[in-house]
Structure formats: structure tokens, C-alpha cells
Write a protein that binds this ligand. Structure first.
Ligand code: CA
Length: 220
């Protein structure tokens, strides 16, 4: 899952990015409102973590523009404790949730998981598909009830494919999910991770659609 973090406070930004990366997310961090809009126009993200008090363009304006363009990406607002009015404005402008700074990284991670679940149309914290059960909170993967060990990137890839069974994702889309800015993408990385996932789970779990990309079949 790829997240856009918009935060001008270097301490908060750095610790949030570090913590979320450890949780297996790909996190791109921008420090002002204009950079956020540019990133959102050009990149594919699963969620935006949006500070409101930002240089160059206010967070509320970034949010309003996003919704005006009918972009339905989940937005989690990060606000100061004393700004109740801003939180209300943010939620009314189309934010999905908010978190008051300073926040606990575990709470941030839990809220992100909750929003991603809702976005995928699920209320339950486990993704079950055929013989697979996947726990985004703990990165545990069970096949017929038996634990399968996956690397962080293998997990991200599987998670991305499982959010939309039956819908293929291209190699570039998958690369965007598992690599952040400035991270060097090894050639054939996606193919290597897919190969490894098939070896661990079984070839039937990931289909190659020639010229299109990869998908988890709808029925397993
Ligand atoms: Ca700020």
C-alpha cells in the first residue's frame, strides 16, 4: 500500500514515515500543499495523511480540490489539539477521519488499516479469499490455516492484489505499490516477487494476464 504523507513538521514527518515503513507501507513524504497536489496528480496512492497548517497551500484547500475532482481517495487529517473548528471543516470538506497531534504511531497505523478496510468495502480486519487468510495488522498470512512467511514486499504485493480480486494490476502499478520515491527499482523485481509468492502459496493464486499484468482470481 502506498501512502502520501503531507506534513511540514520535520520531526512528525520523519517519525511517521519511519514507523509506517516498518509496518510495510510505501510512504512518500511531501512538505507543502502544492507538492501534495503535484504528487496526487502524478502518483497512485491508497491514502493521504494530511496536515492542515501547511506552507504554500492549506491542507483544507488541497482536500477541497481533491474532492472537487471527484477523487475518492481516503484522507486522514493530522491536526493540532486546539483546532476543533479545523477538524470539523476538514471532515465536512470530505476527510474520512482525523488524528490529533502528537499522536501515537500504533494509533495512526490502526486508523490507516480501518480506513483501508472501509475503502475496500470490508468491515472485518481479516481478508479471506479461498484458502487464504491475510491479517494486515500483523502481516500474517495463513494458507489452509498454516502460516506462510512472506517478506515485507511480498506481503505488500499480495495485499494489493487481494484488495481487488479479479482485477489485474500492471507491473508499473505493482512497482508503485512496493517502492517509494528515490528507492531504486530492481529490474524484474515484480516478476521475482510474484514467482516467490507462487512458490510459497501455489501457482493458482496469482494469474498472469498477458500484456496486462497480474491478478488474484475472483474464485479460488
Ligand atoms: Ca503544519
Amino acid at each position: 500500500m502506498r501512502l502520501l504523507l503531507v506534513e511540514d513538521d520535520p520531526m512528525i514527518g520523519k517519525s511517521a514515515q519511519k514507523g509506517l515503513k516498518q509496518d510495510g507501507y510505501t510512504v512518500d513524504w511531501v512538505r507543502d500543499g502544492q507538492a501534495a497536489e503535484l504528487a496526487l496528480e502524478n502518483g497512485v496512492y491508497d491514502m493521504v495523511l494530511l496536515d492542515l497548517g501547511l506552507p504554500r497551500k492549506a491542507g483544507l484547500e488541497v482536500l477541497a480540490n481533491l474532492r472537487r475532482r471527484k477523487n475518492r481517495i481516503p484522507v486522514l487529517i493530522l491536526t493540532a489539539r486546539d483546532s476543533v473548528a479545523d477538524r470539523v471543516k476538514g471532515l465536512d470538506a470530505g476527510a474520512d477521519d482525523y488524528l490529533v497531534k502528537p499522536f501515537d504511531l500504533d494509533e495512526l497505523a490502526a486508523r490507516i488499516r480501518a480506513l483501508l478496510r472501509r475503502q475496500a468495502g470490508r468491515a472485518e480486519p481479516i481478508i479471506e479469499h479461498g484458502r487464504l487468510a491475510v491479517y494486515p495488522a500483523t502481516h500474517e498470512v495463513l494458507l489452509d490455516g498454516v502460516r506462510v512467511n512472506l517478506s515485507a514486499r511480498e506481503f505488500s504485493l499480495l495485499h494489493a492484489l487481494l484488495e481487488r480480486p479479479g482485477v489485474p494490476l500492471s507491473r508499473v502499478q505493482l512497482e508503485e505499490r512496493i517502492y517509494g520515491w528515490g528507492e531504486e527499482i530492481e529490474s524484474n523485481a515484480v516478476e521475482v516477487y510474484i514467482h516467490s509468492l507462487r512458490r510459497k502459496l501455489g501457482v493458482e493464486f496469482i494469474k498472469n494476464i498477458r500484456g496486462v499484468g497480474y491478478m488474484v482470481p475472483k474464485e479460488l
